[in-house]
Design a protein around this ligand. Structure first.
Ligand SMILES: [Zn+2]
Ligand SMILES: [Zn+2]
Length: 139
């Protein structure tokens, strides 16, 4: 698969039963539909499904960030906002092929999820250390 941002070939990263596509150049990550949920589930963060569904069903966000094309079908993706401070803007394929996170955004998402579910702090640490290992997420 080709990175929607810089057009380099992405690397396939396998983790548990999940395959992620990772761009070594811009550090962005592509999750096929369902893979993000699987990643969270494998760390006991399954109640986050409601949170994720809320994002996926939310209105498209207007943003000055450049539109990106889905690496599967090459259509322009929708921008979805995951809330403020700092705002995380992800790209979602209209045909539900998957989600694109810019470098570091996955780690920000996990942190935010864990703040909403303090009992899952250990799971959060595991997911974050995995992400930092694989994706070199900034702080
Ligand atoms: Zn890239
Ligand atoms: Zn698509």
């Amino acid at each position: 698969m080709i990175c929607p941002v810089c057009k380099y070939d992405m690397l396939v990263v396998e983790y548990h039963d999940i395959e992620l596509d990772y761009c070594n150049s811009c550090k962005g990550v592509w999750f096929d539909t369902g893979e993000l949920e699987l990643l969270l589930k494998s760390h006991g963060l399954e109640e986050t499904k409601i949170f994720l569904d809320g994002i996926l069903n939310s209105q498209e966000t207007t943003s000055s960030e450049k539109k990106r094309n889905c690496p599967v079908c090459d259509q322009k993706m929708k921008k979805k906002s995951l809330g403020a401070q700092p705002e995380i803007l992800i790209d979602m394929c209209r045909d539900k092929h998957g989600l694109w996170f810019d470098g570091g955004e996955v780690a920000q998402l996990i942190r935010r999820l864990a703040e909403e579910h303090p009992s899952k702090r250990d799971s959060k640490e595991q997911v974050i250390s995995f992400l930092e290992e694989v994706f070199e997420a900034p702080d």
